[in-house]
Write a protein that binds this ligand. Structure first.
Ligand code: CTP
Length: 397
């Protein structure tokens, strides 16, 4: 019984995939969980509360009050009872309300009162899923620490083909089981993560930077924290937000600042994962006034920055682990192996710019992980959340 004694609030919303909530509830119960269903008014148009309560053995909660006797259903109590809230299926409307705190039904008030982690399995038509507002709202939910179970691609209820179909109940069950299995697996571990780009100032308004979004590093921080680790996240200039009690975030701008913060934090750490795209060079001088346009060529001399990974590699003790990233455009494996040795890393995560959908800016990534013996494991194209989980499984344990 993988979910024995786990209390799960299953939120059901008004999508055609609501019929799958019945199988999902059954699977969760068979795995040992106690399931309390909270359904939205439009969810009830797609599946009857009677079906769901017959499966869970508990009355389905939908309204703030029971109409006949005026009993109040406490969303606050549900928030404290649950070990997990799982919203499956989650419509675009519910995702939008969750992202923006629009508490106009029992499900959203329960979400806002929730003390436990929250998982969201979106279900909608492909164009709704692809709309920038949906993407933004899902990003907001990620930044609140919610786990998004990405929809699958395939034929949708509209007969259109694309991404938006709620993940199958069996797959959702395995995500839930995995979550509980790993929940405390990194407790008492201290993990340093660097993320994002660095900006190297030219003058008060200009800098040299790169396209790193920080998404991969933030996903790693989130996943380590979720598994119980104490995370120090040193972030370059990114727009991402993160919100987890186990994460201490230190914002920096330049490679020099990232170097100083990393060197200070590392001696206390069990592991460091260096995901940042650190600028290798900075302008040799920074102009104090804005550089004016002129007719002559403007030369900016660049001097090398300190290599954070190599510097941590030099002070690394035998009980500490160091994991680096590499983005190579040619001779990927040979170059990555050289970096492991040069920087005294234990593992290197290899991103390839040759893979469509992988690398900077995308929400997906395709990686290989190499160890010091040159052994290489290749992974499929996955969401950065899933990639983070693979990296931690393989390198941190
Ligand atoms: N890195 C670092 N400090 C730097 C440069 C890189 O800590 N000044 C880290 C990165 O965070 C990454 C690893 O080193 O984990 C490899 O980064 P990469 O830019 O691929 O390596 P470089 O040594 O800069 O090699 P290249 O000449 O290919 O740019």
């Amino acid at each position: 019984m993988t979910l024995k004694d786990k209390h799960i609030v299953l939120g059901v919303t008004g999508s055609i995939a609501a019929y799958k909530a019945a199988s999902l509830a059954r699977l969760l119960i068979k795995a040992g969980a106690e399931v309390q269903i909270v359904i939205t008014p439009s969810g009830k148009e797609f599946i009857t509360p009677v079906t769901l309560s017959a499966l869970t053995g508990k009355p389905v909660v939908s309204e703030f009050f029971t109409a006949n006797d005026g009993t109040w259903h406490s969303h606050v109590d549900l928030g404290q009872w649950a070990d997990l809230m799982l919203i499956a299926p989650a419509t675009a409307a519910t995702v939008g309300k969750m992202a923006n705190g629009i508490a106009d039904n029992m499900l959203i008030t329960t979400y806002l009162s929730m003390k436990a982690p929250v998982m969201v399995a979106p279900a909608m038509d492909l164009d709704m899923f692809a709309h920038p507002s949906t993407a933004r709202n899902l990003d907001l939910l990620r930044s609140y620490g919610n786990i998004i179970i990405e929809p699958a691609a395939g034929e949708l209820a509209s007969h259109l083909i694309g991404k938006g179909r709620m993940e199958e109940p069996e797959k959702i069950l395995s995500v839930v089981e995995d979550f509980f299995r790993k929940q405390e697996s990194l407790s008492k571990k201290k993990i340093l993560i660097t993320a994002g780009p660095t900006f190297e100032k030219i003058d008060p308004v200009r800098f040299i930077g790169n396209y790193s979004s920080g998404k991969m590093g933030f996903a790693l921080a989130e996943e380590c924290a979720r598994r119980g680790a104490e995370v120090t996240l040193i972030a370059g200039p990114v727009s991402m937000k993160i919100n987890h009690p186990n994460i201490t975030r230190i914002d920096v701008e330049s490679a020099e600042e990232m170097y100083n913060a990393s060197m200070k934090a590392f001696p206390d750490m069990n592991t460091a994962i260096l995901c940042a795209a650190v600028a290798d060079f900075r302008p040799s001088r920074q102009y104090t006034e804005k550089v004016k346009r002129g007719e002559d060529i403007l030369n900016i001399d660049l001097v090398p920055n300190k290599d954070i990974a190599a510097s941590l590699g030099k002070i690394k003790k035998s009980n500490q682990r160091l994991i680096g990233f590499a983005l190579e455009t040619n001779d990927e494996q040979t170059n990555a192996l050289k970096k492991i040795v040069k920087k005294n890393l234990d593992y290197i995560v290899l991103n390839s710019l040759n893979d469509p959908g992988a690398g900077f800016k995308y929400d997906t990534n395709k990686i290989s992980i190499l160890n010091r013996n040159g052994e290489k494991k290749d992974y499929a194209l996955k969401s950065k959340q899933e990639v983070a989980s693979d990296i931690i499984d393989e390198t941190v344990g």
